[in-house]
Ligand binder design. Structure first.
Ligand code: SF4
Length: 285
């Protein structure tokens, strides 16, 4: 049997091995449900349809879970498709996961570019709707999430989190060079919210901000009521890929230290008093 027949849609039969600058590989995984731990410990499981991530955020901690140093150094330029993900999930049908708290995804973006073609995340959602009554939080930086609004609306308990990190394209291009702009992310999450889906904007991490007041107002104007914020830690040297120097220079340029973060936070909190912070903010719905 062709392994790709485990997927549900025809697009996957034409499996790309390169998408833009991203190398795409297809591998079996031993498990699609990972016991949540650490920052996500209040969830039962995380689901990561992919390993690697073509968004390649320079600060991404997931890079440190790469299989080897070459993969870590090339973070953002490879993605591994968990080709048996759906088959593994289907094995759970005998014992449906009622009320299980799931976070999708912790070490990749479920709506990264390859998913437009493969629709693996969409297939996983369909499986969760049809056979399991889970409590799901979806975390993304991608407007592609709007594709699945029809499925989001079928869940009893679901929230879509969109990460919005800065009001500056200059900052975004340095820290998140291959991510969609924050402007399109805001537009996408507004669309999802207006369709009736529970949404949250996660400023995680909050990168240097030019105009905190205007930034907060823009977020508030989406109509969304849930927000989470977390500081950016630049001190641990945990940058990868080729933008490390540029990112550090920008941190310096904006004087983005704890004091500046706290000043910006005060301004944002004036507009959004009920903002969630850190791990508490990420608590399951
Ligand atoms: S989108 Fe998320 S998983 Fe992907 S590189 Fe950025 S922080 Fe990491």
């Amino acid at each position: 049997m062709n392994q790709l027949s485990l997927f549900d849609n025809d697009a996957q039969k034409n499996q790309p091995v390169k998408l833009g600058k991203t190398e795409v590989e297809y591998k079996d995984t031993s498990s699609i449900l990972t016991k949540a731990s650490g920052f996500m410990s209040e969830y039962d499981y995380t689901i990561n349809p992919y390993s690697g991530c073509s968004f390649g955020c320079t600060y991404c901690y997931a890079a440190f879970f790469s299989r080897n140093k070459e993969k870590m150094d090339n973070w953002g330029y490879w993605v591994s498709v968990k080709q048996n993900a759906l088959a593994l999930l289907r094995k759970k049908r005998k014992k449906p996961m009622i009320g299980t708290k799931i976070y999708m995804s912790s070490v990749t973006d479920p709506y990264q570019p390859i998913d437009k073609k493969l629709e693996l995340s969409r297939d996983i959602l369909k499986e969760l709707i049809d056979y399991h009554d889970v409590r799901l939080v979806i975390q993304t930086r991608a407007p592609l999430a709007t594709r699945d609004i029809d499925l989001f609306l079928k869940f009893k308990t679901l929230q879509v989190n969109m990460t919005v990190t800065t009001d500056s394209e200059e900052v975004r291009k340095v820290f998140e060079p291959i991510c969609p702009s924050n402007k399109v992310r805001i537009k996408a999450i507004k669309e999802i919210h207006e369709s009736g889906v529970e949404c949250c904007i996660t400023m995680t991490p909050l990168l240097p901000i030019v105009d905190a007041e205007k930034f907060a107002l823009t977020l508030k104007e989406t109509g969304i009521k849930n927000f989470i914020i977390q500081p950016f830690h630049s001190t641990k040297g945990k940058f990868v890929a080729g933008t490390r120097n540029a990112a550090l220079e920008l941190i310096h340029k904006y004087g983005w230290d704890d004091r500046r973060y706290k000043d910006v936070l005060k301004i944002i909190v004036r507009q959004i008093p009920d903002i969630g912070k850190g791990k508490t903010g990420f608590a399951p719905i």
